[in-house]
Design a protein around this ligand. Structure first.
Ligand SMILES: [Zn+2]
Length: 388
């Protein structure tokens, strides 16, 4: 540390939520989640890219180290991601990023060599156009959940049967490089990985209109995960809606796992107007909602880790079917009802109305055809690209 930087560091205000951030408890509290989000989205990590990303990795590793967990990568909490091209990087660095992780060994001797993953990427966009991009929702919200669920599960007397790996990937924003490196260099035999759960953007509201919703995508990859995601009841005020992941394409770190036919669940509250902007700020997160979501994810993680019906890859041809139709219908209805929140051009409004009518028709009919699903995927992707 140079003298000038040291001086600046000493002059900077102390982090106001340090006590909440360091609190260790088997319960997941709103003030703990909030402390993590404010820390990760603060100027200390400069948008969690480059040197700031490296500092964030060390910070997350330190948080894992305080818990009764084991390092995920041999004797290390960090997994360096090498630069793979033969041409050297301009900055000469041979390590371009690092995944961070820890695990809780399974308590059942017959199942402990099987493992599941709960993940949330920590990297974000750094400084762009002279502005720090704090990425409070993308994905400090997910990392906050990851740290609190890891803490809750590590401290609870009841331990999961399978081993649970808590992984925070790097370089998600640059082509899923962290998760891609992980699947080719897994810390355990890949064939024993039974499911992958990942959260990305879980602190706000899809398009500003789905205030009480958590979306779960990917449950359609496995009948066991379908049953399980329906069985975990959310607490009052939270609504869990299932969507097929093909509605959104490859939007997070599940990509490399899905390509290896690993059953997965992807949790998100969806994109909003501050997505990938410098205005994705910690004071815009709905912490009460993030708390309910984190508790739901903890319960779901426990269920997957303990499941007697081991999740198996067997995708449903029509995705989540009518559950998905109901969720998209709700989104379209609310978007049409709130033009001040979701401004639509005349053409867009017409397409939304026609889509709503077809969704209603499918819901009333009570069955979905293959053609309906192809249409729904095309419509959802058009809306994501052009409106939301
Ligand atoms: Zn993200």
């Amino acid at each position: 540390m140079t003298g000038l930087i040291l001086m600046l560091a000493l002059c900077a205000d102390p982090f106001p939520y340090e006590k909440d951030e360091r609190e260790l408890s088997a319960d997941i509290h709103e003030h703990e989640l909030k402390a993590h989000v404010y820390r990760l989205a603060g100027s200390e990590f400069m948008g969690r890219s480059g040197d700031g990303g490296e500092r964030a990795a060390v910070h997350i590793a330190d948080a894992f180290r305080r818990l009764p967990l084991k390092p995920a990568f041999g004797d290390s909490y960090l997994q360096p991601i090498p630069w793979l091209l033969t041409t050297p990087r301009a900055d000469g660095k041979k390590v371009v990023g690092r995944n961070v992780g820890a695990y809780l060994p399974g308590s059942d001797p017959a199942l402990a060599d099987e493992w599941i993953i709960l993940a949330a990427h920590y990297d974000h966009l750094g400084v762009r156009f002279g502005k720090m991009h704090p990425g409070a929702d993308d994905n400090a919200s997910g990392v906050a959940m990851l740290l609190e669920v890891a803490e809750a599960m590590a401290l609870a007397p009841e331990k999961p049967k399978r081993s649970v790996f808590f992984i925070s990937f790097d370089l998600e924003e640059i082509g899923l490089q962290g998760s891609t490196h992980f699947v080719t260099n897994p810390p355990r035999p890949y064939a024993k990985l039974k499911a992958m759960l990942v959260a990305d953007i879980i602190g706000r509201s899809m398009a500003g209109v789905m205030d009480e919703h958590l979306f779960v995508l990917g449950s359609e990859t496995s009948p066991e995960l379908t049953n399980l995601s329906k069985a975990v009841r959310p607490e009052a005020g939270l609504s869990v809606a299932r969507l097929g992941h093909d509605l959104v394409g490859t939007r997070s770190d599940y990509g490399p796992f899905r390509d290896r036919k690993t059953p997965f669940l992807f949790f998100t509250t969806g994109v909003h107007k501050d997505y990938h902007r410098s205005t994705d700020l910690p004071d815009r997160i709905n912490y009460a909602k993030l708390t309910k979501i984190s508790r739901w994810i903890e319960a779901a993680t426990r269920q997957v880790a303990d499941a007697t019906d081991t999740p198996k890859w067997d995708p449903a041809p029509l995705g989540p079917g009518l559950d998905e139709v109901a969720a998209v219908l709700e989104l379209f209805n609310r978007s049409l009802a709130k033009p001040e929140v979701v401004p639509l051009t005349e053409d867009q409004r017409k397409r939304f109305e026609a889509s709503r009518d077809r969704l209603k028709e499918i819901a009333d009919r009570g069955t979905m055809t293959a053609d309906d699903r192809v249409w729904l995927i095309r419509t959802a992707q058009w809306a994501l690209l052009n409106v939301f």
